[in-house]
Design a protein around this ligand. Structure first.
Ligand SMILES: Nc1ncnc2c1ncn2[C@@H]1O[C@H](COP(=O)(O)OP(=O)(O)OP(=O)(O)O)[C@@H](O)[C@H]1O
Length: 313
């Protein structure tokens, strides 16, 4: 990942009359980064995306995307930035290949160049076998992959994806997530708006939490867990003959010890405290049955974050 920002928003705000949709956001995204835009309905994610794309004019603030101002250089930005809405629109009666050839013509690509790029894009999204079938016969997962093939054919350097996996079965979801990760490894910068937190956690390097038109937090899931006073490391412990809440609560790095049921605890910590817990249990005369390390879960950290925000209001 390079450190040059591909997307840079400063003080970006949007008002509709007296209503504030976005109240001033700063966001900087690097090349190859996958960032998840999260937050409750109406928090300002879509409006922010529309401003980044130059599809709506900010009331205040500035946007640079690939070094360009999307309002002043809309054509250049549209050429290099791909937007994949929740439901991608294609001509159903045309084949996948014909749809992309049509996009190629609109983009002013020569027939030969388009043919070459379309074939490569179909290979990359693993849709080559269905390329000559009408889009009407495509499943939702295939349509999403066709949408990504279009971004590849256009050689977009930035992709903005709105709920890309909604309505997909688990296998199609995984295929799409693998594809998004491959694009990021190839240097594409990806902004993803989604309410599916497990999906976001599995592919996003960072998350931005929108709340009432502002970005309340931006960082990694581990940083979010630390920010809300928890830990990035969760250890599930099973042991007999010990009171772990008493024994471990003052251990360095331990944030909380919760008893799930008799002989089972969930320990939240800022580091991997398994060796400390094992030692404490043995020294305390207990017998250890199991120690499992998990990372903090985005859904839990997200819910805690928004509970705290609501309590503070
Ligand atoms: N064209 C508009 N005119 C007036 N208000 C608008 C307009 N577009 C959005 N808003 C308001 O701005 C706020 C932010 O909306 P936005 O669609 O950006 O939220 P969101 O975070 O994308 O929500 P969701 O998760 O439901 O997609 C909402 O209160 C919405 O009602």
């Amino acid at each position: 990942m390079s450190s040059t920002p591909v997307i840079e928003a400063k003080g970006l705000a949007k008002r509709y009359g007296a209503a504030v949709a976005v109240a001033g956001i700063d966001l900087s995204v690097s090349a190859g980064e996958v960032i998840g835009l999260l937050g409750p309905n109406g928090a300002g994610k879509t409006t922010s995306i529309l401003m980044l794309l130059g599809l709506t004019e900010p009331s205040e603030g500035t946007v640079r995307i690939l070094g360009r101002d999307p309002l002043r250089q809309p054509l250049e930005v549209k050429r290099e930035v791909g937007y994949l809405p929740d439901s991608v629109g294609f001509y159903d009666s045309m084949t996948g290949r014909e749809n992309l050839a049509y996009t190629g013509r609109l983009a002013g690509m020569s027939r030969d160049l388009a043919r070459e790029r379309i074939a490569a894009a179909f290979d990359k999204v693993r849709l080559a076998e269905a390329a000559d079938q009408p889009v009407a016969t495509y499943s939702r997962g295939m349509r999403q992959r066709l949408g990504i093939a279009e971004l590849l054919m256009r050689e977009c350097r930035v992709a903005i994806l709105d709920e890309p996996t909604s309505g997909l079965d688990p296998q199609s979801t995984q295929e799409l997530l693998d594809l998004i990760q491959r694009l990021s490894r190839d240097g594409m910068t990806i902004l993803l708006s989604s309410h599916m937190l497990d999906v976001v956690q599995s592919i996003c390097h960072r998350v931005a939490l929108f709340n009432k038109g502002r970005i309340g937090f931006v960082g990694t899931v581990d940083e979010l867990a630390a920010r809300i006073g928890g830990g990035a490391f969760i250890v599930d412990v099973e042991a007999d003959g010990i009171d772990l809440e008493k024994a471990a609560s003052s251990t360095d790095g331990v944030k909380s010890v919760r008893s799930a049921e008799v002989g089972r605890w969930e320990v939240e910590a800022t580091r991997d405290v398994r060796p400390d817990l094992a030692r404490l249990i043995v020294q305390g005369g207990g017998s250890l049955r199991n120690l499992d390390l998990r990372r903090a879960r985005l859904d839990q950290a997200y819910n805690r974050y928004f509970r705290e925000v609501a309590d503070a209001a």
